[in-house]
Design a protein around this ligand. Sequence first.
Ligand code: UDP
Ligand code: MG
Length: 351
Amino acid sequence: MNISPPVLSIVAPVYNEQGNIPRLYSEIKRVMEQFGDPWELVLVNDGSRDNSLQEMMTVHEADPRVRIVNFARNFGHQTAVTAGMDFASGDAVVLIDADLQDPPEVILRLVEKWREGYQVVYAVRAERRGESAFKIWTAKMFYRLIYRITDVDIPLDTGDFRLMDRRVVNAVNQMREHNRFIRGLTSWVGFKQTGVEYVRQAREIGETKYPLRKMLRLAIDAITGFSFFPLQVAIYISFVLGVLAVLALPLVVFLRLATSDAFLEGQATTLSVVLILSAFQFFFFFIMGQYIARIYDETRGRPLYVVADTYGIEIEKHTIPARVVAEVPSNRVTKNSDNRTDIEEGSHAIA
Ligand code: UDP
Ligand code: MG
């Protein structure tokens, strides 16, 4: 079947979403009928352990506009989104969650703004349905913290649900850093950006793949990726302690000489001071460690992800082939009728 190159690519990361795949496809197809131009749906299987891949293959076989990137293991949400952006070929790319919490209708509103000339259109969560008060509160605090301490203007209450023009996608794809925070990267590149508000729906099928541990990790990635503030906090604490020392020491000497009782006698006081100070010190070891671990991650130069196979995607049509580290076994490379090389299967590691 001959299909025209897509104008719009919709990218969805998938991790154990077997129940959502058929709905995701049918909803997107229904909405995209109103779009008019050719489109594609790039599904990135992030090492699902359920039947997600089989469900994806079924929709891919029925509709070749559905393309699949199958990871060799779970590499995490932000990495799956990165692969989707690498393999998308549209003039604009929309990132959407596979669980339909981001209603596909909103895509048309994003497209409208894109056609008005904006290069990044992000979807702002005006309301979040069906999530625990704890999740809503932590998310709210997270967005505000990031907004305050990072050097880029990352808009409040926006997830990854957004549209990016090809120029933005190319710029973001150039940045191969590990521990990625996609929202930060798309803000960092600049361009003309705007937001549209939407109501984030409850998840109907399956459960969240973001436990507290992963949320914290994303928060640390966001902070370390876009701010040096935590490294600078130590200097403020050192000022405060320094001032305390300058004031306290003469006072202690004076009280010691002037009063007959042994002032501040006892190990309890000393012990408390030592414990408090070492708590601060270990906290800053942790902070430094976070930055150092990320430096180490970059120096190892490992690929961001490893692709086990792709379906309906011609790898060398994308910007990554130069970065394919693990060579594809030559018997897996086939020539198309128009003499283009087509790699349907094989293992690729992408830096
Ligand atoms: N996801 C993924 N890899 C992961 C975790 C999540 O690809 O390791 C996908 C997941 O399938 C979904 C999207 O990322 O499409 C958002 O995850 P989820 O809905 O669990 O997050 P929440 O909406 O609860 O924040
Ligand atoms: Mg979700």
